[in-house]
Design a protein around this ligand. Structure first.
Ligand SMILES: Nc1ncnc2c1ncn2[C@@H]1O[C@H](COP(=O)(O)OP(=O)(O)OP(=O)(O)O)[C@@H](O)[C@H]1O
Ligand SMILES: [Mg+2]
Length: 456
């Protein structure tokens, strides 16, 4: 097998120079990947691990500095050497301030290039060892509300702690209930924006007609009923983070309107011709396959490439079952406080059931199951018969998540009412809910509590 001194990405729109550098570096024993534009460079960085990158300052489209920042958004550890034209020292200095390892002025001597590469790689080797040791200490405390025993989740936390420190757009993908919002909040809290607002917008929950004014705000008189002007969610998130949840469900009309703000951090409130500029970190989440949505014309390709900068893929719970026991402990602890109980844990059979189940609703479904069992149990250890009574058999997995969730909730409420003979106060207390909220659930599922009153 061929061993090389390192894997290097070279980005320049001057194809001749690109070839020259490639030949020089290859003959010096490096592996080289070349890219003539930003898009190719980024997709290479996403696809493989590089030890170093050489980027031309003046790319045909966009600047090398912003490309460098995007590369660092994906992998902050890659040292970048910037190539600048003779005389653009200011930009070179800016590049250094923004995280370049060093710069070279064109035309450069190839020995000088090799020397710099050698130094950068040595530096990186030392630096990453120190970081690794530090990280072992820091990461453990940073995300105390995220349970992550599995390798998969540990890796994600590692990634999250790195990207929190950048300002790049993060694209969180995962099935329902896998913790997308939790991760989005963790990124915000781990960032320098943590003391500024975190504004979450559920793009699927707000009606299409309202979403635009919700996001961008409106001027007084922009439409009937707009008696006063209103600040939109983007403006509210200024200096902080905006979390566009379920972005895959954003209506096409609004996708085009969102493009500008994501591209230029600039938007027009409804009924206004004065642009408003904002400084926001953008995090988006979806459980949809956006590649597919794009190819089927339901999601704009240009918007997709704006938001698909740093992808974070949350694995379903069934692919990381090691997380189940610590998650159960975590939920029991939290719920003990909330419900005023002293449950110690799961009986072996109960844990076995949890481990064997497939968890289509992921962590949220597990949380609900633990909550249900804790509400039901009369003992301080939860027995197996309280686990997954309402689901878990193969055909049921064909239902939609919402149906399954609703069924669970309905079954849970019915159990509570049976247990308490239809006593709403007791039932809502056991559920850890306010009476008013409990009534809303009764109404939602059309359950009549009086039918649970026993005897005369
Ligand atoms: N690793 C974890 N550790 C602790 N709690 C978790 C973890 N993952 C998820 N949860 C909890 O599970 C619930 C669901 O998580 P969250 O709302 O972040 O999921 P989601 O992916 O946004 O779901 P949806 O697609 O349904 O919106 C939350 O109560 C969250 O706190
Ligand atoms: Mg969510």
């Amino acid at each position: 097998m061929k061993t090389t001194k390192g894997n290097i990405l070279v980005v320049d729109d001057d194809l001749n120079l690109l070839e020259v550098i490639r030949m020089r570096l290859e003959s010096a024993g490096y592996d080289v990947v070349t890219a003539a534009c930003e898009e190719d460079a980024l997709s290479s960085v996403r696809g493989s691990a590089f030890d170093l990158s050489i980027i031309d300052l003046q790319l045909e489209r966009g600047s090398g500095i912003s490309l460098m920042q995007e590369v660092h958004g994906i992998n902050p550890e890659i040292p970048v050497i910037i190539l600048t034209a003779y005389g653009s020292v200011e930009s070179a200095v800016e590049a250094m301030q923004k995280g370049a390892h060093n710069y070279l002025t064109k035309p450069f001597d190839h020995r000088e290039l090799l020397l710099q590469i050698g130094r950068a790689l040595e530096n990186r080797r030392l630096g990453s060892e120190i970081k690794r040791l530090k990280g072992l200490i820091e990461e453990r405390y940073e995300f105390s509300n995220i349970v992550a025993r599995s390798d998969k989740m540990q890796k994600i936390l590692g990634l999250v702690s790195h990207i929190a420190k950048t300002d790049s757009t993060v694209f969180v993908h995962g099935e329902s209930g896998t913790g997308k919002e939790l991760i989005a909040r963790a990124i915000h809290v781990g960032s320098s924006r943590k003391d500024q607002p975190f504004v979450a917008v559920n793009c699927a929950a707000i009606p299409e007609t309202l979403l635009e004014s919700e996001l961008f705000g409106y001027e007084k008189g922009a439409f009937t009923g707009a008696a006063q002007s209103s600040k939109g969610l983007f403006a509210q998130a200024n200096k902080g983070t905006i979390f566009l949840d379920e972005i895959g469900d954003m209506p096409l009309s609004l996708q085009s309107k969102s493009l500008r703000v994501l591209q230029e951090r600039l938007f027009y409130p409804l009924g206004s011709d004065k642009p408003v500029s904002v400084d926001v970190r953008v995090i988006v989440a979806t459980n949809k396959d956006l590649h597919k949505e794009v190819s089927e014309g339901r999601f704009r390709e240009d918007l997709f490439y704006r938001i698909y900068v740093i992808p974070v893929e949350l694995p379903p719970l069934r692919e990381r079952k090691e997380d189940i026991p610590p998650l159960v402990d975590y939920f029991i602890n939290n719920l003990n406080t909330r419900m005023g109980k002293k449950i110690k844990g799961m009986a072996p059979l109960a844990m076995q059931k949890l481990m064997l189940y497939d968890w289509p609703g992921n962590v949220r479904e597990l949380q609900n199951s633990v909550e249900y069992a804790m509400a039901m149990t009369q003992h301080d250890v939860i027995s197996g018969d309280l686990i997954l009574q309402t689901g878990g058999h193969a055909p049921e997995r064909l239902r939609s998540l919402k149906e399954a969730r609703d069924d669970f909730e309905r079954g849970y409420i019915i159990h509570l009412l049976e247990l308490t003979n239809g006593n709403i106060s007791r039932a809502s207390e056991l559920a850890g809910k306010y009476r008013a909220d409990f009534y809303i659930l009764l109404k939602k599922y059309k359950i009549r509590p009086e039918t649970f009153k026993k005897g005369q």
